[in-house]
Design a protein around this ligand. Structure first.
Ligand code: PLP
Length: 401
């Protein structure tokens, strides 16, 4: 009889969004006429840019012709044309990331979880709380000790390192899901200094970098001095270019990032990661990589930015309503998420029910992202413009004085 990985018993019983879906299903069954506005799951709603779809079609056509058909991609790291395009994109905002340090993947979620394969079991993992649940779940599944750095109202939901705390792996996410907060260059420099002092590695999730509008907020940790010796970065086209249903992202493990083995030998993490991917991952489909490369062309950037602006306008509609209603929030700027304090000291699940029952609006209870999320709530700006305006009307009716 096989033994189970009983670390799974230490996980929250259900993934957050499954719990929400169950509650919404029960509510709609009981209230079939309720006109529900969904602002919970952070999924995009606009179609993919035309030039990106055209590139995918062209790639698909090539697969149907003997001369241009492609099977497995040799390196498994992604086609050079896409890795070069990603490297050029990094250069466009001042980060020097060579194509050789980039591996293409089928989205950031998988790599956020898979990266832990290259680290030992006894590592202590520091996660900012609240956080995207994947960081905690994947480490709990593999039995690692997880400790937390508090993101809260006092620090603007941007946790900073505490010198008295020791750890080996650090997950940071900026712009942050769920809180919409961003790290400044100086704050990232502090995390880098802390990581170096502790010989720790930062796993930096930049999935929402495309939403940054302030020029002085870094889009990549590699814009900050010293990051290449202590950080890995994950990024994704999911929110940048509407790829949630296409699946494509990239992970950067700099060749400068070296960790000592237990025998005292220097080991390049990029080499271990390449070895891991070589055994467990067979790459992203050719048409999808063609589509991804189109995102980084001049025309692609122009078209995807129109969609991003649409979501940013929605974020503006939400932020302005909250300003008007005197609701405290973070995000909305540099981020598609608005993270706000539940009114009247309600708990976050209590407010979830209140909002669903009285305004037919679905959001995400902050508590689902960690203990510091209790009493806070997340809305996304990824919805339809008119429905976002309508949702804010309902907020005014519900919460206006
Ligand atoms: N990282 C963060 C912070 C996210 O919020 C998400 C998706 O919501 C991902 C990664 C996963 O993105 P992908 O669709 O590329 O797997």
């Amino acid at each position: 009889m096989p033994q189970l990985n009983e670390n799974f018993f230490d996980l929250e019983k259900n993934y957050l969004f499954i719990n929400i879906a169950k509650k919404v299903k029960a509510f709609t069954e009981a209230n079939p006429d309720a006109d529900i506005i969904r602002m919970g799951i952070g999924d995009v709603t606009l179609p993919i840019a035309k030039c990106v779809v055209d590139a995918m079609k062209k790639g698909a056509d090539e697969m149907g012709v003997k001369e241009t058909f492609r099977g497995y991609e040799d390196s498994g790291a992604g086609y050079d044309f896409l890795r070069e395009a990603v490297s050029g994109y990094y250069k466009s905002f001042g980060a020097d990331v060579p194509a050789d340090d980039i591996r293409i993947n089928d989205g950031a979620k998988a790599d956020c979880g898979n990266i832990v394969d290259i680290f030992g079991q006894d590592n202590i993992v520091l996660v900012t709380d609240p956080a995207y649940p994947v960081y905690v779940d994947t480490n709990v599944m593999s039995g690692r000790k997880v400790i937390y750095a508090n993101s809260n109202e006092e620090n603007g939901f941007a946790a900073m390192p505490d010198d008295s705390v020791k750890c080996d792996l650090i997950y940071l996410c900026s712009p942050n899901n769920p809180t919409g907060s961003v790290y400044t260059r100086e704050q990232l420099a502090q995390w880098i200094a802390y990581a170096k002092k502790n010989n720790a590695v930062i796993i930096y999730d930049a999935a929402y970098e495309a939403f940054i509008t302030d020029d002085d907020i870094p889009r990549s940790i590699f814009e900050v001095e010293g990051a290449k010796e202590c950080a890995i970065e994950m990024c994704s086209l999911s929110k940048t270019a509407g790829f949630t249903g296409m699946r494509c992202g990239y992970t950067v493990v700099p060749h400068e990032l070296v960790v000592k083995s237990s025998k005292g030998e220097d080991v390049q993490l990029a080499q271990l990661w390449g070895r891991r991917q070589g055994s467990k991952f067979n790459g992203v489909s050719y048409p999808v990589q063609c589509a991804a490369a189109a995102v980084f062309t001049e025309e692609g950037q122009k078209q995807i930015k129109e969609n991003i602006r649409y979501y940013q306008n929605n974020a503006g509609v939400i932020s302005r309503t909250f300003d008007e209603l005197g609701i405290k929030y973070t995000g909305g700027k540099n981020s598609p998420y608005i993270w706000f304090k539940c009114p009247n000291n309600m708990g976050s699940w209590e407010f979830f029910d209140y909002l669903l029952e009285n305004a037919y609006v679905v959001g995400t209870p902050g508590e689902g992202f960690g203990k510091n999320g209790e009493g806070w709530f997340r809305l996304t700006a990824f919805g339809d413009k008119d429905r976002t305006v309508e949702a804010m009307e309902r907020f005014r009716k519900l919460l206006g004085k």
